[in-house]
Design a protein around this ligand. Structure first.
Ligand code: DC
Length: 201
């Protein structure tokens, strides 16, 4: 079974998806971590992400590894958020990441988090959820996670939102059969309970 959880940055996807996976005993897939890791490898090697998207070895789990090296922390920096958003706009990069994600999801039970899980990666997912929240509260969440100023996050977030939503390939949008949940005034537990309820249905 696949549960797809999509939505913009800061809507609470990661905490929600991890928590739903834990409660159901499913495996959690953080697809954004894959785009971040490709972007990191490209920066380090001074090449375009598309040049190595097919060739690099990314392992996901409790830690994120690039060719065996633990990059869990490094990929969360604001510099990598920006580079990942650019990498994710490249159709060759997307094709490689989507193929990798489909291979993973083809067996077992998953909660997969991203932007295009319900629309492109796993349109057959048994449950699709699209999380949203107002921009200011998304920026506040992200700022708390990163320990930086919310105003700076808000400005950078607006740029990335714009790029993610208007790119030609797989722009961020809910699947037509996704359940929309606005998390602005909900607690993590309330969102998780709602999704567990939908699974039970
Ligand atoms: O969720 P995140 O912030 O870690 O994602 C990093 C970037 O990758 C972000 O700009 C959106 C992009 N992304 C994507 O285009 N498709 C996905 N399935 C996951 C992330």
């Amino acid at each position: 079974m696949v549960i797809a959880i999509d939505g913009p940055a800061g809507a609470g996807k990661s905490s929600v998806a991890r928590s739903v996976a834990e409660r159901l005993g499913f495996t959690y897939l953080d697809s954004g971590a894959m785009y971040r890791t490709v972007a990191l490898a490209a920066l380090e090697q001074g090449v375009e992400p598309a040049a190595l998207a097919d060739a690099i070895r990314i392992e996901l789990g409790d830690r994120v590894r690039l060719e065996g090296r633990d990059v869990t922390r490094e990929i969360r920096s604001p510099r990598l958020s920006e580079a990942a958003s650019r990498a994710a706009a490249d159709p060759l990069v997307r094709a490689a990441m989507v193929a990798h994600q489909r291979r993973l999801l083809s067996e077992g039970d998953w909660v997969a988090e991203g932007r295009d899980i319900g629309t492109v990666v796993a349109p057959q997912a048994e449950l699709k959820v699209f999380l949203t929240a107002d921009p200011a509260s998304r920026a506040r969440r992200r700022a708390r996670e990163l320990g930086i100023d919310a105003r700076q996050v808000l400005a950078e977030q607006a740029l990335r939102d714009q790029r993610d939503a208007t790119r030609a390939h797989s722009p961020l949008q809910p699947a037509s059969d996704a359940v929309l949940i606005d998390t602005t005034s909900l607690t993590l537990d309330q969102v998780v309970d709602r999704i567990i309820g939908l699974v039970a249905e």
